[in-house]
Design a protein around this ligand. Sequence first.
Ligand code: GLP
Length: 239
Amino acid sequence: MRILEVKDYETLSEEAAKIIAAQITLKPNCVLGLATGTSPIGTYDKLVEWCAEGKLDFSEVTTVNLDEYKGLDHEHNQSYWYFMHKYLFDRVNIRKDAVHVPDGFNPNEEEACKAYDEVIKSVGGIDLQLLGIGPDGHIGFNEPDDCFHLNTHCVDLTESTITANSRLFNSIDEVPTKAYTMGIGTIMSAKRILLIANGENKKEILKQAIYGKVTPSIPASILQMHADVTIITDQKISD
Ligand code: GLP
């Protein structure tokens, strides 16, 4: 595990974007696993900037996103489909049929999860997976549990996640209580993983995930078992 402690969010975003850009340069037709949340916005801004300057080409890239709220359609401004188009897909030269997000508007949980696993399989697996981390240690929407889930599944969001994410909705009652998420098995199958965590409120959980025991009660702790993980944070976690 490589841990980069950087001075601020701007540097974190630039370093993360450099790793993604390197992946695209080395393998133009790579598969990127992408994340939502406020953490990656700066990273996406950098990628957009470099693409506009002609330094980066998304034309052969394929993406699979980690998760989506159950019950929100594409036009909902808090859906992850909407988020990804707003912050990245509509601003770079990616093919619209090369981007994939779980279908949050499919009420049939089994069908929606199976279909998404098929998508991941059909693109040939993930070269580089970008992750944020939730305040309770979740990755994607893999919430604390008593086991690690392998494949895409439907989760009941924890109170901590609903509260944390309510800042982006008009009221807490509007936050969906369920979501579809890529499983831990799929995340761990990615060839490379890049986790970004900024802000004081992520410091303790990040420390526990990296230096504590590997447990499904802190889903991000599983990353200790992956052979190629880079963590970038603007916090001092090594003292
Ligand atoms: C959501 C997403 C996660 C993300 C987390 C942290 O719950 N499902 O993938 O990592 O939020 O979000 P933020 O970056 O806004 O702190």
